[in-house]
Every structure is written in C-alpha cells, then in structure tokens.
Design a protein around this ligand. Structure first.
Ligand SMILES: O=C(O)CCC(=O)C(=O)O
Ligand SMILES: [Fe+2]
Length: 289
C-alpha cells in the first residue's frame, strides 16, 4: 500500500484513487456474506428510486441493518486520513483536528445491473474550488471488471465546474479492481458504471461522507437501532453526525458544531425537548394532508 499522501495527491489531480488491498480478506468475506444475506431477504419496497439506480441491484441504509457495516467503514486508517484531509472543517474547534468532524451521509451496496449507469456527479452542485464537500468510498467485495460492470470515471473532471453530459463518456476510463481494493472519489468527478454483461455479481459496499454541514440522507437520530448506539464509540457516533445535529432550540444549544459531550444529549431528543425553557409539544400526529 502507498502512503496516504500518494492517494491524496491522486485525488487532487484525478478526482479519485484506488487503494490496492485496502481491506483484509476476512473483512471482505464477512461484508460480502452479510450483503448477500440482506439481498436475499425480501424487505419492504423502497420508495422513489432515483432514475440512476433503476434496474440496478442495490441495498440501501445499511448502517441500520448490521453494526458491522459501521465498524468496518469507519475504522480504516487510510480512508480516515484521506477524509480528514478533504472533508474536515479546519474551523471546527470542539473536536481535535486529527479526529473526524466530517459525517456519514449514506451507506449502500450495489451489484449493478444489466443497464449502464449514466455518467453523473453526486456532489449535487459542481465547483472547481479546493474545498470538496462530498466523497464516496467503495469497498470492493468482488473483482470488478469491464464485463461485470466496473465503475467508470472521467479523470480530472472534479474541477470542471459544470454538470457532466453523456458525451463526456468518450473521456471516461474504467476502474477495474480486485476484491479488497478501495476506490475513493471526490463526488464532483464525472462517474458512472458499465452494464453487467456477465452472469457474476459485482458487489461493492459504498459509503458517502460529507462535511458536517450537509444534510444526511436519513434521520439517524430516530432510526439507528438503540442496541447499535450502546456499542459505538464517540468517534463513530460523531461520524454518524451526533456532534453536529440541529439543536432543538436555543435552550438546548447555540453552537451547532459540538464536541463528544453533546452526543448523549442529541440522542435523548425527547428529553431535551421537554426540558426546554419554552417547551413546545412534539407534534403528536402527522400533519393532515
Ligand atoms: O457502483 C459503482 O460503480 C458506482 C456507483 C455510483 O455511482 C454511486 O453509488 O454513486
Ligand atoms: Fe455515483
């Protein structure tokens, strides 16, 4: 494995990097069996699947399914160093700068499908600044080739300051990788995935991270299983966003950039709310339509 500075320079220049053998063989097989198990279990259907994901075999919201996903994703030293470099807010004072103040947005697994995944960006808006705000980290759980639908990327496009068009595919290159590799990309980079024209799966476990000030995909405060919370460290809970959640009101907290001491308070949401000096009832019922 190369030094962290090597991957940082690659990402600055190309918008992505591949870390060869970034995950142990044991972790790859544990994650892959869990992904397969979840895939075989028929869950409630997902609502509003985005156009990009239609026709692709995908699993969503994995941090709620098994604590192993959180533990394995958040404790890779090389990945953490890369994310601290790109996504830590240097003006965040309540957590030491050598620890994450970035947060997790989303955790999925994807095995692709028989359709090409169009070129896109996941950063919501393009920009060519030197402060990126969203990154994706894919743990490759199986070999990923042109035949089974590997990721494609347009090198350097993270600094193009525009949305991609499908004509940019002409400049895209495939990222073939082995099970155990990690592919990290700045979400501004133009990327997509080839169609899976083989009869093999191509599972990748992908976590999206962002700066602390970007909305997370789901409401982790209300949905993360309680038994997971008791097994997570302060650093893991902070990556889940529990140091920088919205305060309930001004009596709860003024500064949104909290340290580890606000984690328990954030989790005990109803108590904080009812102890507010100006308590407003939690809305008991959904709003009428
Ligand atoms: O699975 C891939 O190769 C790319 C998927 C992707 O673009 C994404 O998850 O945002
Ligand atoms: Fe994407």
């Amino acid at each position: 494995m190369e030094k962290v500075s090597h991957y940082i320079n690659e990402i600055k220049r190309n918008g992505y990097a591949r870390i060869t053998a970034g995950i142990s063989t044991e972790d790859v097989s544990a994650l892959l069996s869990k992904v397969r198990e979840i895939n075989n279990f028929s869950d409630k259907p997902c609502d509003g699947i985005p156009m990009l994901n239609q026709g692709h075999n995908m699993l969503y919201n994995l941090q709620n399914k098994d604590i192993m996903f959180i533990k394995k994703a958040f404790n890779n030293q090389v990945v953490n160093a890369i994310l601290i470099h790109f996504l830590n807010d240097p003006w965040y004072k309540a957590i030491k700068q050598d620890s994450p103040n970035y947060i997790m947005r989303n955790m999925i697994a994807r095995s692709g499908g028989n359709k090409f995944m169009p070129l896109h960006i996941d950063s919501m808006v393009p920009s060519k600044g030197s402060h990126p705000w969203l990154f994706q980290v894919a743990f490759m759980l199986e070999d990923s080739t042109r035949e089974n639908g590997c990721t494609i990327v347009v090198p350097g496009s993270h600094l193009s300051d525009r949305y991609c068009s499908q004509e940019d595919v002409a400049k895209a290159i495939p990222i073939e990788s082995k099970a155990g590799d990690i592919v990290v990309w700045d979400s501004r980079v133009f990327h997509g995935a080839l169609q899976n024209s083989s009869n093999r799966t191509r599972w990748a476990f992908t976590t999206t991270y962002s700066c602390w000030w970007i909305k997370q995909m789901y409401d982790f405060r209300q949905t993360l299983p309680a038994e997971f919370i008791s097994q997570l460290t302060d650093v893991e809970l902070s990556i889940l966003g529990f140091c920088s959640l919205q305060p309930i009101d001004e009596h709860d907290r003024i500064d949104i950039r909290g340290g580890y001491e606000v984690i328990r308070k954030c989790l005990d949401y109803k108590r904080v709310y009812s102890q507010s000096a100006n308590p407003m009832p939690l809305r008991p019922n959904p709003l009428p339509l």
